[in-house]
Design a protein around this ligand. Sequence first.
Ligand code: 0GY
Length: 299
Amino acid sequence: MSKFVMDADWLCWSAAPSKPVFKVPEGAVDAHCHVFGPGDTFPFAPERKYTPCDASWQQLFALRDYLGFERNVIVQATCHGSDNRALIDALQRSNGKARGVATVTPGITDQELQVLHDAGVRGVRFNFVKRLVDALPKDGLLEVAHKIAPLGWHIVIYFEGKELPEHYDFFASLPTTVVVDHMGRPDVTCSVDGPEFGLFLKLLHENPNIWSKVSCPERLSVSGPHGYEDVIPFAKRVVEMFPDRVLWGTDWPHPNMKNHIPDDGKLVDFIPMIAQSAKLQKKLLVDNPMRLYWPEENT
Ligand code: 0GY
């Protein structure tokens, strides 16, 4: 009997995704995905807001190969809190084909950061989504930011579009490269030319150190699977305006999806809708993630 029982309304990742029609360029990186547990080996955090189904590194790397990707960036999921053991284990099992983004607390020591770095961690995540975490004071986050900056790490930020005005100055003040998850979760029923998304584009325009993941159409879409047509104008705009500062990821195993679980093959087929030339696709899937996560391999 497992120690953890997933939430009653939890939707588990698809065990049989379709084969994508779009062939990703050689060396492509899935730059946003997670591992969950397995809970019996790597317990979920007591302070978590959800209990997921297990999603192991073996299952993640099998999906990577099936979809045609070469590497992963594994982002610490909030259900593990700041206990990065499942993440570290996955990184160590990857033969150098995965890098990580961890969650750390302000008290972390330089020695502990070095252990994470040696395992392949290259960033920390600051999460402002209230249903996922209890808010952390900004001075604590700044303390973390200044501790990780000398390692050359970056900061991943996750927030809801409507909360950007409140956080704008803080985000602009961060001293490292900053990567925004899922385009700052815009309300895609609003115009791509409207004030909410305009503020997000302004944040990127005014701050050349800020990047964006153009991921998660399945999370943002109101029109729904598999076309996610309402998300296309938003992601396409970001890719075309900031081609050298965008990343893409599957978001496998798709935590907290409530109305459907996406077909990972169809998510890959979404890429040519938002990056419409081979040049943009290579920047999005290869050049940009390699520059951020494997700079030592850049020629
Ligand atoms: C995502 C999105 C979500 C969850 C997490 O760490 C997490 O728990 O990131 C979400 O619920 O929106 O990027 O996976």
